[in-house]
Design a protein around this ligand. Structure first.
Ligand code: SDX
Length: 394
């Protein structure tokens, strides 16, 4: 029966849901989006085309792509009043805190796309979320560094627009390097969707109550923030910096193997992949390209990362536990080389994953049979018992 599996003898539970969007074979390290491998999409496609594919199930014709790109481009600005939200935060607020709040607040601004029973309003909400996430993420970043927000431009592609909104200042225009824009776009593509991960399941569960899409995506952003999930890219880079030099790698490998030490190698391991995460393979190539372009191929963090990967993969413990580098292992190194602070790594993951969340939201809304039911539990608490008055308690 679809959707039901047994993972403990005698204990059955329903899988999160059926879905036709993304397929992962954790044992073989395979990731497909609507049947296309992530490797081919990262090499031959681009993020907005992958957005179209995830949403509608097929690669677009040239005319369909032009129309889709035009609709997204023309919705990249946020409501002028939304700018006021940012100034309500302390300057040292984490950009993820700002994104959770501002995306949730979109429900208060875009009433004309809240009736989720109306396909056209669902489409409007979808386009608005894809279009505005880079603007919101960039504005959150600018706010935390005390610089003025930069408005999007319609003559730039999606990734270039985001880079410019992050790094342009009134005093000096930021000329987007096409190789960096391509690397940025590839990072967006590699994080676009990933089956029923924690944040996507959060979005589906929130959506199953009929909550509006902006509130559901805000719930996904909140879940992604955790260091075991989307927060791992920030935690990974901070770990690599803490290791600092290649000679300290054995100490951290030993800690990761020590059951009494809660330390885990950030950027390693995965709930599903028990072989290489195919996204890490693409990102590793991208890291070399970007760092060479920026003339920082001798970046000490990258050297530590490469030696750490080598040491971990050569260690029988990690082979036995099937722990390989995941998508977060190299993404942080590229983003740092581009000039992003670690606090922006997870917001970029959230920006990228919005299409996965909203595609799976759309799939579920359009086929109620795919709704996640109300999860049940195995009760392990006290049996029914009578109330005792305080004077009788020991
Ligand atoms: C993402 O679900 C998705 O698809 C998520 C994601 C997506 O695109 O949405 O792919 C994005 O979240 C990637 C994962 C990013 N997280 C990290 O890099 C954080 C470090 N990784 C771990 O916290 C951990 O690997 C998890 C949470 C990702 C998976 O945890 P599990 O399910 O416990 O890992 P496992 O079952 O494969 O572990 C097997 C063993 C365990 O030891 P035993 O209990 O068998 O003795 O390996 C150990 C774990 O303790 N282990 C690690 C480890 N990860 C697992 N030991 C050291 N370092 C690690 N990183």
């Amino acid at each position: 029966e679809a959707g039901v599996f047994t993972y403990d003898p005698g204990f059955t539970s329903t899988a999160a849901c059926d879905s036709a969007i993304t397929y992962i074979d954790g044992g073989e390290g395979v990731l497909l989006h609507r049947g296309y491998t992530i490797g081919e999409l990262a090499e031959k496609s681009h993020y907005l085309e992958v957005c179209y594919l995830l949403l509608y199930g097929e690669l677009p014709t040239a005319a369909q792509m032009e129309d889709f790109e035009s609709r997204v481009t023309n919705h990249t600005m946020i409501h002028e009043q939304m700018h006021k939200f940012f100034s309500g935060f302390r300057r040292d607020a984490h950009p993820m805190a700002i994104m959770v709040a501002v995306v949730g607040a979109m429900s208060a601004f875009y009433h004309d796309s809240i009736d989720i029973s109306d396909p056209w309003q669902r489409e409007v909400a979808t386009i608005r979320l894809i279009a505005k996430m880079p603007t919101i993420a960039a504005a959150a970043y600018k706010y935390t560094i005390g610089q003025p927000m930069v408005y999007p431009r319609n003559d730039l592609d999606y990734a270039s627009n985001f880079l410019r909104m992050c790094f342009s200042v009134p005093a000096e225009e930021y000329d987007v390097n096409p190789i960096l824009a391509r690397a940025m776009d590839r990072i967006f593509t590699l994080h676009a969707d990933h089956e029923q991960n924690a944040s996507t399941s959060t979005v589906r569960l929130a959506s199953s109550s009929g909550a509006n899409p902006f509130a559901c995506i805000a719930a996904g952003i909140a879940c992604l923030w955790g260091p075991a999930h989307g927060g791992a890219n920030q935690a990974c880079l901070e770990m690599l910096r803490e290791i600092g030099t290649v000679d300290r790698i054995p100490e951290y490998i030993a800690r990761a193997k020590d059951k009494n030490d809660p330390f885990r190698l950030m950027g390693f391991g995965h709930r599903v992949y028990k072989n290489i995460d195919p996204r890490a393979t693409v990102l590793k190539q991208s890291a070399d390209e970007v760092l060479e372009l920026l003339g920082v191929e001798n970046n000490p963090t990258l050297q530590v990362a490469k030696e750490l990967e080598k040491a971990a993969l050569a260690d029988p413990y990690f082979a036995e536990k099937k722990l390989f580098p995941n998508v977060d292992f190299y993404s942080g190194i590229i983003l740092e080389a581009m000039g992003f602070p670690t606090s922006m790594f997870t917001p970029i993951f959230a920006l990228s994953r919005t299409i996965g969340w909203i595609s799976q939201w759309k799939e579920m809304i359009e086929d109620p049979a795919l709704k996640i039911g109300r999860p049940r539990q195995l009760y392990t608490g006290e049996h029914q018992r009578a109330y005792t008055n305080v004077e009788d308690r020991k």
